[in-house]
Ligand binder design. Structure first.
Ligand SMILES: Cc1cc2nc3c(=O)[nH]c(=O)nc-3n(C[C@H](O)[C@H](O)[C@H](O)COP(=O)(O)OP(=O)(O)OC[C@H]3O[C@@H](n4cnc5c(N)ncnc54)[C@H](O)[C@@H]3O)c2cc1C
Length: 308
């Protein structure tokens, strides 16, 4: 039993999972696609061997059904490793797939190494304060990989599409309506540049200046948790950190964030971190590449002037 099955509804994340699977080098790699002909086509054109399930009775929002589909497909192809994306839905799926396959399961995985011939996975632990290295002892393994932990696979020669038959009971839940989310739909994890608002931005009226800075840098705006949950200045989709998004931008400009570990876990892998804070001893400054010790009341207008 060897080989890897990768699955995510997000095609961009499938390409990242494919890189992880190929680097693990443990047999053939298949990408599962459920009820989505165009996605199967797209992934196969990218060079992946696609296993395509077409079960009109199955709803993609029904995680229990999806888990059965993943487990059954892995079983049919005798694949011992399942890689899923460690986003909200992928984490739920991981537990259910692991249960169906009697497999050990790890989520939030950021990398792996070979330890004595066995795969060992690195993942955040203790609220992001440490990186743990853990191995799964069961023959079947389910691993949910953090978005952006691996680069997307480059396109190769045309792959293939193979139809797979599975037997999943009709969903007990009926999809009544699908509506796109009104308002804010930013994808912070895909952003190349981030400007992050912390509680050091003291007045809501200063957000106009933050937006000008973000526009000048062509950056998306994220925030620390209290800025969204207590002040309600931004929606919770924009929280960076343990309870929000783990991001890996090229540049993170951090405005008035103290740098508690629950926050820093969300930006510490940025290529360049710039911290603006009036406290030179702020934890945030310790992981920043550049520090501006300044009051944001003065620094924000100056940043707008300099970048404008
Ligand atoms: C289980 C759990 C999960 C959590 N998850 C998250 C998470 O995902 N994301 C998150 O952000 N937090 C999270 N938190 C909260 C986290 O611990 C911190 O409380 C939070 O990050 C603090 O936000 P902050 O840095 O914006 O505010 P503060 O800690 O209040 O820091 C404000 C900073 O601004 C500076 N400052 C103040 N005034 C000025 C000024 N005029 N000019 C310049 N600088 C100034 C201060 O020196 C200070 O460093 C979590 C907490 C728990 C317990």
């Amino acid at each position: 039993m060897a080989g890897t099955l990768i699955f995510s509804e997000n095609p961009a994340l499938v390409l990242e999972l494919a890189t992880a699977a190929l680097e693990m080098d443990s047999g053939p790699v298949y990408a599962l696609v459920i009820n989505n002909g165009p996605q199967a086509e797209k992934l196969s054109n990218h060079g992946l061997a696609v296993l395509s399930v077409d079960e009109p009775g199955m709803s993609s929002f029904d995680t229990a059904g999806c888990a059965q589909a993943v487990a059954q497909t892995a079983g049919q192809k005798d694949l011992s490793m399942v890689l899923l994306s460690s986003d909200r839905r992928g984490k739920e799926l991981a537990g259910r797939v692991a249960e169906a396959m009697h497999a050990g399961c790890l989520t939030d995985v950021k990398g792996f190494s070979l330890e004595g011939g066995q795969l060992a996975f690195t993942r955040n632990s203790l609220g992001g304060a440490t990186l743990a290295t853990q191995a799964i002892k069961t023959p079947a393994q389910v691993v949910a990989v953090s978005p952006r932990a691996f680069a997307p696979i480059a396109p190769t020669a045309t792959g293939s599409i193979e139809a797979v038959k599975i037997n999943v009971p009709a969903s007990a839940v009926k999809l009544v309506e699908t509506r796109s989310k009104a308002g804010d739909t930013v994808d912070l994890q895909a952003a190349e540049r981030l400007v992050v608002v912390g509680q050091g931005v003291e007045d809501q009226s200063d957000l106009a200046l933050v937006e000008q800075v973000a526009q000048a840098l062509k950056a998306e705006i994220g925030c620390s948790k209290p800025v969204a949950t207590d002040k309600k200045w931004y929606p919770e989709e924009r929280i960076i950190g343990l309870s929000g998004k783990i991001c890996k931008p090229a540049l993170a400009l951090i405005l008035g964030v103290s740098g508690q570990v629950q926050f820093t876990v969300g930006v510490r892998e940025a290529q360049v971190i710039v911290s603006v804070n009036n406290d030179e001893n702020a934890f945030m400054n310790k992981i920043a590449d550049y520090v501006l010790v300044a009051d944001l009341k003065e620094a924000l207008p100056e940043l707008v002037r300099q970048l404008g």
